[in-house]
Design a protein around this ligand. Structure first.
Ligand code: NAP
Length: 486
């Protein structure tokens, strides 16, 4: 199987300043999710800069969190990928998929092949509760559940058992709400989305009836947004239940902001609508001021979740949860923790274990031991600031890193790659037998997925395994036009 992307190079002039037409700035963006594409777009827009960008991803498909994180029943949010397509189609940009940082191209390779490297690797794993029983069978992270229903190749090995009637979700951010909605919706509704076929088959057999969303603080501190909360109340056949006294007079830190106020109104409306529960096929229950302290074991699974009741105590400008010593057992047989994501360290790249991010100052990567900035390395997105914000938040965040990069280049234009031609990286990958996937290849996969979906009225039917994607591309190489230059 050969690679198919045109690789024309401008003829480089050795002593020309970097970032000029004779010697374009070569940038590798590691990660083809929203922050990576926004960084590429900001580079293209930088005034007076001639640039050539490769956006690398370890998967053959681009868009990261848009494809593998955004819930399948939120197709409109996924439309943002059209903005990224526009960037990918710019002749100054190449997508190089199926290229894994580390085994395929190490940090040293990237620094030899590119003038600047931007890490846009997101947050691939989850935070842990640190309580006994967290690793029992039936205890899952939202990372696993979300990636599985979205057809992420790394999470297709096993299927998610949904033969439990009662499931607890720990956390009350938008990821927790996504998980609750997907577990509560009927498979028929989800069948019209691009949910993975394997997840759909399991959801069709789901025995889930009660989903408990557990917040360690009160309703005014809920991290979810009103739009997502409101949507829960609109799912046919699903009742959303809130204990009226838990939302009657909740504590706040000062005057609640609009989001908190709106959330409270919605929780109160749910609390007033308890009659819906009797006729509902499934129920989503919210509980406030509770923290899991132990996942209780049963024969080969989970017997329940021991909760401690909390009260709120001031901590700086916030109210934080403190245990009261009062316990109860919630009779659930599956637990999903949705308490935030965490970045994963990259080989050779500094990592802040406590913050779960790549240490940086305004996007400039630095070594935490020496405090020294790594002159040619930058970071954007969740790996830069932690796992917060909506997709659009990344636009300004990536642009800020690119501003820093451009300012640094103006201050010190020297210091670039030893092998800056566009061809060099492809040669390196070919030598190593890496079947890199071009944007044209991706477009072929996209067309295949959407045409498979169209036949059954779905936006697409995803190819969920890397081998499947590469196999689908196998026939393309013979027709490919590889433009050699230099
Ligand atoms: P998040 O918004 O930070 O929410 C994390 C939740 O976990 C909070 O409720 C937090 O409570 C709780 N938590 C943290 N540690 C805990 C612990 N030890 N015990 C119990 N609870 C704990 O994170 P997320 O839900 O993963 O979302 C990440 C980002 O993606 C957010 O910005 C979110 O808005 C965005 N997102 C958006 C959408 C959408 O627009 N539809 C969908 C998904 C995600 P405390 O507040 O008490 O810390």
């Amino acid at each position: 199987m050969e690679n198919t992307q045109p690789v024309e190079d401008t003829r480089l002039v050795d002593d020309a300043p970097i970032g000029t037409p004779d010697r374009p700035l070569r940038v590798a963006v590691v990660g083809a999710g929203p922050s990576g594409f926004y960084a590429a777009a900001a580079l293209l827009d930088a005034p007076g800069l001639t640039v050539s960008v490769d956006v690398l991803d370890r998967l053959p498909a681009p868009y990261g969190l848009v494809r593998y994180g955004v819930a399948p029943d939120h197709q409109k949010i996924k439309n943002v990928s059209r903005v990224f397509d526009k960037t990918a189609r710019d002749p100054r940009v190449r997508f190089l998929g199926n290229v894994c940082f580390g085994p395929d191209l190490a940090r040293e390779d990237l620094l030899a092949l590119y003038d600047r490297v931007i890490y846009a690797v997101g947050a691939q794993t989850d935070r842990r509760l640190g309580i006994p029983g967290e690793d029992l069978p039936g205890s899952w992270s939202s990372t696993e559940l979300v990636a599985w229903y979205n057809g992420h190749p790394d999470f297709m090995a096993g299927d998610f058992p949904l033969h439990h009637e009662a499931v607890a979700i720990v956390g009350i951010g938008n990821v927790a709400i996504d998980c609750a909605r997907i577990l509560a919706k009927s498979a028929d509704e989800l069948a019209a989305t691009d949910i993975s076929d394997e997840a759909l088959a399991v959801l069709r057999e789901s025995r889930v009836r009660d989903v408990w969303v557990l917040a360690r603080r009160g309703p005014l501190q809920a991290a979810c947004t009103p739009q997502e909360l409101k949507e829960l109340g609109e799912i046919p056949g699903v009742a959303v239940l809130v204990e009226p006294d838990e939302v009657a007079d909740p504590a706040a830190e000062g005057e609640p902001d609009r989001q908190a106020q709106k959330n409270l109104e919605l929780f109160r409306a749910f609390a007033a609508d308890a009659d819906k529960a009797a006729a509902a096929e499934r129920r989503i229950h919210f509980r406030f001021l509770v923290s899991p302290v132990e996942v209780l074991a049963a024969d080969g699974g989970i017997a329940g979740l021991r909760l401690e009741r909390n009260r709120l105590v001031p901590k700086g400008e916030c109210l934080s949860a403190r245990g009261t010593g009062e316990h109860e057992v919630l009779p659930v047989s599956a637990v999903i923790r949705a308490i935030g994501y965490r970045s994963v360290p990259l080989p050779g790249v500094p990592f802040d274990e406590r913050g779960g991010v790549i240490p940086n100052r305004e996007g400039r990567v630095f070594d935490p031991e020496s405090g020294e900035v790594r002159a040619r390395e930058y970071v954007v997105g969740w790996a830069k600031r932690g796992p917060s914000g909506l997709i659009g938040t990344n636009k300004g965040d990536s642009a800020a890193t690119i501003d820093a990069l451009v300012a640094d280049l103006a201050a010190a234009p020297a210091g670039g790659a030893a092998e800056p031609s566009r061809r060099a990286v492809l040669d390196r990958l070919d030598e190593r037998g890496v079947r890199w996937v071009s944007f044209e290849d991706w477009c072929a996969l996209d067309e295949l997925e959407t045409s498979r979906g169209a036949a059954s009225g779905r936006p697409r039917i995803k190819l969920c395994r890397v081998e499947e994607m590469l196999e689908a591309l196998a026939g393309r190489a013979e027709n490919a036009e590889v433009v050699e230059a230099e």
